[in-house]
Write a protein that binds this ligand. Structure first.
Ligand code: ATP
Ligand code: MG
Length: 657
């Protein structure tokens, strides 16, 4: 589609006047102050070289960035390190072996605390086990596990021996596994008999068996963790129990130092906009930025904080902010296996209370669900330990932001809305909790050492108050190095739209203060009667109505207006989906909030929205429905029956005009 968001159409879009200063005590003791922006601006590479020194290197790098062959970057290329050593051993050597690394909370209520000393032994045994199975530096290992500590141990064991992991989300089908395993050419898959999901054991191994049975499978061994104790089919010689293999290994393993550019992992994107891409991340630069951003944005004090990221390990957030960033920083964290409503809708808050969680990192989709469930649920628990709240994955609607701040953060915790992608490896745009005056709904400002801006169609930077495309103008340490096996697709997807700049695929605007607001995918921007309108802003306007819990908006081809806005809404508890007056009221509400041009042509109350397994709304599928097309790739959808329900609704829906 043409230009993304014209300045003209932005003028009457959402205005946000609310401001929240950082709490004084947090500001006074913050890990990172406003000076960091100045320092990084004066000497960006010097700044990152300094952050790299927060890691322990076997050979210190002398070169920071090699950008001689763009867009193929090398960071700290002559340095050598072991990533697992940095995440585990060095904390034990520093005398913190007794500190809890992971408080594991299983869905059925079982729990397990693992200290750094214990983690070191487990990772060492697993590294020895993988070596016994023939895994070597440069090989790939697929990981298909529930949210159990062995997932983290597996990733670190791979890192320890220089093999790259490819984690496949534990909810994916045999098909998805087979494709990812074949693409990465993995030698070993680590899986489990099953995991607990909504109060029941759910099997995992059958999907792996199915995937591996396919003719072209590269897999030599399937390593199976026992979690649920359910019966599993067994292929002698190929299948190996994790506990049997690891128990007989030595807890001693000498971590070898690898090049900073040694591949650390391949991870496929969520598939929100199309077919997932295998994103390659390497070691030194990735770990530098994952650790630095975790330290800066969450203000982590490893001696006193209890950190909890609710993401699944199968997503990049789980990689960078469960495994690598927090452990590199010596954090104590909570890891939870299950869903937020098992056995009751207060489970998250019960966990916060139980462990005294101080930093919580979750997604807008979860926050909107909690809003829908009602304020009284979190109110039953003691959440007073919390001091910082994070959000990631989608733009957070201002009303959801306010709800999060008030009902979870007791109106005192700063919210850090962190924008980044699988491709960026680590956070790029976010407030700093001790520095930034926050605004509901805005990710605000590129982090120190990061160069992000908003440009128009001709790659010109837009002025404050303008809108366009989000781009990254300088390389950053944790940037993807390529799309696995497809350098050309890497160039075409990210580096061809704007010469010399990384194109993120997201629309954005700068407000009058120069703060960045994410407006959703460029593919999702609508063109209505010559005006560019962002799905995010119409959705936020709908969610700001008291009857709406969630909204997904798409532009559907329309003979008169080019595109017409079609909104799918989930109503809050007491609102009635058959109430004609409500639909008219919602249209008017959008009209008064954003302007008449943004009024949806159709508003369809639905029970559920199509979401990726990571919880993001898949607007492309709704567009397919709204335009009567066959559905595109649905393999990363949580529940495909959602689409059947929505499809049956559409033809019957009354036209609103
Ligand atoms: P695919 O690239 O396969 O379509 P995906 O983009 O959903 O999938 P991820 O890498 O998991 O895969 O998600 C990154 C995207 O999520 C960003 O490009 C952006 O659209 C969205 N996003 C993440 N965090 C934020 C945020 N804080 N605010 C707004 N959008 C966000
Ligand atoms: Mg993407």
């Amino acid at each position: 589609m043409g230009d993304v968001v014209s300045n003209e159409s932005l003028a009457n879009l959402l205005k946000e006047e609310r401001r929240f200063a950082p709490p004084a005590d947090l500001a006074a003791n913050a890990n990172v102050t406003a000076e960091a922006y100045e320092q990084a601006k004066a000497d960006r590479l010097g700044f990152w070289a300094e952050q790299a020194r927060r890691l322990t290197w076997a050979t210190e790098p002398t070169e920071t960035l090699d950008w001689s062959n763009p867009p193929f970057a090398k960071w700290f290329a002559d340095g050598k390190l072991n990533v697992a050593y940095n995440c585990v051993d060095r904390h034990v050597e520093a005398g913190n072996g007794d500190r809890v690394a992971i408080h594991f909370e299983g869905e059925p209520g079982d729990s397990r605390a693992i200290t750094y000393a214990e983690l070191k032994d487990e990772v060492s045994r697993a590294a020895n086990a993988l070596t016994e199975l023939g895994v070597r530096q440069g090989d790939r290992v697929a990981v298909y596990l529930p949210m159990i500590p062995e997932a983290v141990v597996s990733m670190l064991a791979c890192a320890r021996i220089g093999a790259a992991h490819s984690v496949v989300f534990g909810g994916f089908s045999a098909d998805a596994i087979a494709k990812r395993v074949a693409d990465a050419d993995a030698k070993v898959i680590i899986t489990s008999d099953g995991g607990y999901r909504r109060g029941k054991p759910a099997a995992l191994k059958p999907a792996v068996d199915d995937a591996v049975a396919r003719e072209d499978s590269s897999v030599e061994h399937v390593l199976v963790v026992r979690r649920t104790g359910q019966d599993v089919a067994w292929t002698e010689g190929r299948d190996v129990w994790w506990h049997e293999l690891t128990e007989r290994q030595s807890a001693e393993h000498t971590p070898e130092a690898f090049d900073a550019e040694n591949p650390l992992f391949i991870l496929y994107t969520s598939g929100t906009t199309g077919k997932p891409k295998g994103i390659l991340h390497t070691s030194g630069g990735y770990l530098t930025q994952a650790a630095y951003t975790h330290h800066a944005v969450f203000d982590l004090k490893p001696e006193s904080d209890v950190y909890w990221c609710t993401a699944d390990i199968g997503w990049v957030t789980g990689h960078s902010y469960i495994t690598y960033g927090p452990l590199a920083n010596g954090a104590t964290q909570v890891m939870y296996e299950g869903t937020p409503d098992t056995p009751h809708q207060g489970r998250f808050w019960e966990i916060v209370q139980k462990y005294g969680v101080t930093i919580l990192y979750t997604a807008p989709t979860a926050i909107r669900t909690f809003m829908k469930w009602g304020d009284d649920i979190p109110a039953k628990f003691d959440l007073s330990s919390l001091r910082i709240l994070g959000s990631v994955g989608e733009p957070i609607n201002p009303e959801a932001w306010m709800w999060y701040r008030k009902n979870i953060g007791a109106d005192k915790c700063p919210i850090v809305d962190t924008w980044w992608q699988t491709e960026t490896g680590a956070m790029m745009i976010s407030p700093l909790p001790g520095v930034t005056e926050t605004k509901p709904g805005s990710a605000q400002r590129a982090l120190p050492g990061i160069s992000a801006t908003v440009v128009d169609d001709e790659a010109r930077e837009v002025p404050d108050g303008g809108g366009g495309y989000l781009v990254l103008t300088e390389p950053w340490p944790s940037m993807l190095r390529t799309i696995w096996g497809d350098d050309q697709r890497f160039i075409d997807t990210y580096w061809s739209r704007f010469e010399g700049k990384y194109f993120a695929g997201d629309g954005a605007k700068k407000d009058e203060d120069g703060d960045v607001w994410l407006l959703g995918r460029v593919d999702d921007v609508m063109l209505v009667s010559g005006h560019n309108i962002s799905t995010t802003e119409v959705e936020s306007a709908l969610v700001s109505h008291p009857s709406v819990a969630e909204a997904a908006v798409v532009g559907a081809a329309d003979e008169t207006t080019g595109q017409a806005i079609v909104a799918f809404v989930i109503l809050r508890g007491t609102a009635n989906a058959d109430d004609e007056g409500l639909v008219a009221d919602l249209r008017n509400h959008v009209g008064t909030t954003l302007g008449p041009i943004a009024k949806p042509k159709r508003i369809l109350p639905v029970a559920e929205l199509p979401k990726t397994r990571s919880g993001k709304i898949m607007r492309r599928l709704l567009r397919d429905v709204a335009e009567n097309r066959e559905l595109g790739d649905v393999t990363t959808l949580t529940d495909s029956s959602v689409m059947d329900l929505i499809q049956t609704k559409l033809p019957a829906a009354p036209s609103e005009d």
